[in-house]
Structures are given as structure tokens and as C-alpha cells.
Design a protein around this ligand. Sequence first.
Ligand code: NDP
Length: 288
Amino acid sequence: MVAQIIDGFAIAAELRRDIAVRAAEMKDKHGVVPGLAVVLVGDDPASGVYVRNKLKATAECGLRSFEHILPADTSEADLLALVGKLNADPAVHGILVQLPLPKQIDADKVLGLIDPDKDVDGFHPVNAGRLSIGLPGFVPCTPRGAQILIDRLLPSLAGKHAVVIGRSNIVGKPMAQLLLQKNATVTIAHSRTADLPDLCRTADVLVAAVGRPLMVKGDWVKPGAVVIDVGINRIEVDGKGKLVGDVDFASAAEVAGFITPVPKGVGPMTIACLMLNTLDSAARRIAG
Ligand code: NDP
């Protein structure tokens, strides 16, 4: 293997320790404990795992959490009322509504009601707008975490070509905005892009956020490139479930300079950045 593995698991642990130190200082100096409200509607098992991991990280970082587990038949009106209450609660600095929501609830309506200054997921249109025009706001946690990994390897992206595969509002588009802010020349690829392997071969930084297991092969990768694999896909190998990324790690690691594994790459950074966004939110409120 040629590539160095980017240890997102260890870097996220370091970040959580740093957040815990800063949170303790905030408590001492200002008497404020950053609070994260986590709302889960229904009993989707994957969402349950994500929420438990988020609550665990909250405790580990010395932040306060407010857990709201609601039944699957919760009405949209009841959920909107809860978001309204959390918006008004001064102990809550961040509000996270776990997606997907049951079909009787319009997710855009719910996310749109969250106070943009408590929108630690960064999904509110106001925060998407702030990011696109370079104003401070909340950046979605996955791209923020991926960018932290890239920054450690390439502090300057001037003159570099970054290719982001995927144009979702939660990963692809904000990732592209962050890379652009760092002066990369950015191409966003998607399902209608022609000659994707050729395009990827021109990338100094290649971010895959597609949701297609092992799609990016080693011969799509420019020698020495930084490869960030956002994908989380469950596949069956020898009758057993296995998590893999959107990048075929074995072949890509023969060509790339640096590569994130799946699991233990971008995933842990996402949760650490949720903590970071919550801490930032409390710090901004203190700063007025
Ligand atoms: P979406 O399904 O919202 O978006 C996928 C994107 O990939 C779309 O823009 C789509 O294009 C594009 N795409 C699909 N097929 C192809 C193809 N054959 N060639 C090129 N582009 C293609 O997914 P998300 O952005 O929400 O998530 C992407 C992946 O990241 C998933 O595996 C998800 O599980 C993972 N993820 C991981 C997180 C983490 O913490 N590590 C957090 C969030 C997501 P088009 O727009 O044209 O349809």
C-alpha cells in the first residue's frame, strides 16, 4: 500500500478532548454549559444508533444533552411545537432533529423552523446561504469534519483541483463551498456527469459522497491525491454485514497519497463536529 491512512477515529478523539477542555473553561468563566437537544421521532434502528452515539459524545465532551424521543405517529404540529419550545429555551444552544422523519411530517418545514442560531446541523436555508456567501454560520457536520482532515494535510489548496462526487445539500454542496473558501478549484460531479473516472483522475483532492459501495476504483485516483471517503454503505460479504465506503479502499490505497478508511474515517469526525458546532453556538451567544 502506498497511501497513508487518515485516522479519523484518532483525530476525532483529539478534537473531542479539545472540546471538553474548552467546555470546562466556558463553565468556569461564564457558568455556561453548552446544551444540545436531540429529537428522535420513531424507532428506525439506524437513527437510534446515531442518536445514541451523539448523546455519548455529548457526555464525553462535558456538554449537556436534552433527549426527546417521540413515538412514530407524532403529528407535525406536535413536533413543530417542540421545536418552538427548544428555540425559546436558553439552556439549549443546539437543536438536532434526526432524519429521516416519518412520512406524515414535512422535514423541510421542521428544519426551517429551527432557529438558525441553534441549527448545529447546518441544514437551515439561512446557514446554507451564510456558507455560500462566506458569512459565519453553522456548517453541516460531515463536510466540516472532512475539511478538518484535509486542512491537516494540505493547509493551502491554492492551485489544487478538488473533485466532489455528490451534490446533496448535507454533504456535496457544503463540501464544495468549503473547498472553494480554501481556494481550491472545485468541480462537483453527480449522476449525470460524463467521464467520471477521467474527471476524478485530475483531482488532487477527491471527496466521494455518493452512497454507492466501492464505486471509486484505484485507476480513478491521481497518484498522491488526498482521498476522502464519506460514503457509508452496508454490504454482505460471505453472508455477513460489512460497512464499506464509496471508494474501493484496497485499490485506491495503492495510488493515493492519503486516504480515509470506512469505518473510522469521516464518520467519527461528523459527530465530533456536532459537538464543535454546539460549543461554537454557546460561545457566540456569550460573545453576544
Ligand atoms: P444523497 O443520496 O443525498 O446524494 C448522493 C449524490 O451522489 C447525489 O448528488 C447523486 O447525484 C450522486 N450520485 C449517485 N449516483 C452517482 C453515480 N453513479 N455517479 C456520480 N454521482 C452519483 O447522499 P448523501 O449526500 O446524503 O450521502 C452520501 C453518502 O455519504 C452516503 O453513503 C451516506 O450514507 C454517507 N454519509 C455519511 C456521513 C458520515 O458521517 N460519514 C454523513 C452523511 C452521509 P444526483 O444529484 O444527480 O442524483
